[in-house]
Design a protein around this ligand. Structure first.
Ligand code: GLN
Length: 201
């Protein structure tokens, strides 16, 4: 089967690291800023960064509504950290003007693990990833307060939910793109492949 094309929302955040990780996981990866670019990808990564900034820029670039529409239509999407916040149906403590794309029935708490200087790394067991635990890099990371019936918890750290999947939407509080371990990206690339296979039936 030919290689899936996966976009990285490139409005703000650690875009480059995701492009590299996706390419290492055998996808064609490209930055996405505009609705026309979004229309051409099979799946999308929402990077870490600042969720309020990304959401405001998405509205400004006219890409927020197209993003919501594609996620609602089942496009595979993977959000890390700020990207996880963008996939939440509800934020517990939104900043003014902060919107989400939604897609995962979960409530998130921003900056829940503390401030920038309280960032840390920890081994995380992620359901669906075989072998050693994933090294989780948590940078001013959110956690998931609770999930609804449709969402599956894939990982917890210290009793808090840090990875979730609902259908074609995947989200982690931590940043696998910063570690050189591409297994989480490979899991997402597999989700995109599976979705393409299902669509061509
Ligand atoms: N705290 C940031 C936010 O609210 C997320 C931090 C990150 O993506 N590393 O968007």
């Amino acid at each position: 089967m030919n290689t899936p094309v996966i976009g990285v929302l490139a409005l703000q955040g650690d875009v480059r690291e995701h492009l590299i990780a996706l390419a290492a996981a055998d996808a064609v990866a490209r930055p996405v800023r505009r609705p026309e670019e979004l229309a051409e990808v099979d799946g999308l990564v929402l990077p870490g960064g600042e969720s309020t900034t990304i959401s405001k820029l998405a509205v400004l670039f006219g890409v927020m509504e197209p993003l919501r529409a594609r996620v609602r239509a089942g496009m595979p999407v993977y959000g890390t950290c700020a990207g996880l916040i963008l996939l939440a149906d509800k934020i517990l403590d939104p900043r003014s003007g902060q919107e989400t794309i939604g897609g995962i029935d979960m409530i998130v708490r921003r900056n829940a693990f503390g401030r920038q200087n309280e960032s840390f790394e920890a081994s995380v067991d992620v359901k669906g990833i075989t072998g050693d635990p994933v090294e989780g890099v948590f940078i001013r990371a959110p956690w998931v307060e609770s999930v609804g019936a449709g969402a599956e918890v894939l990982a917890e750290h210290d009793g808090h939910i840090v990875a979730v999947r609902q259908g074609n939407a995947l989200a982690t509080s931590f940043h696998p793109e910063l570690t050189g371990d591409h297994r989480v990206h490979a899991l997402f690339v597999d989700m995109v492949r599976g979705d393409r296979a299902a669509e061509s039936l």
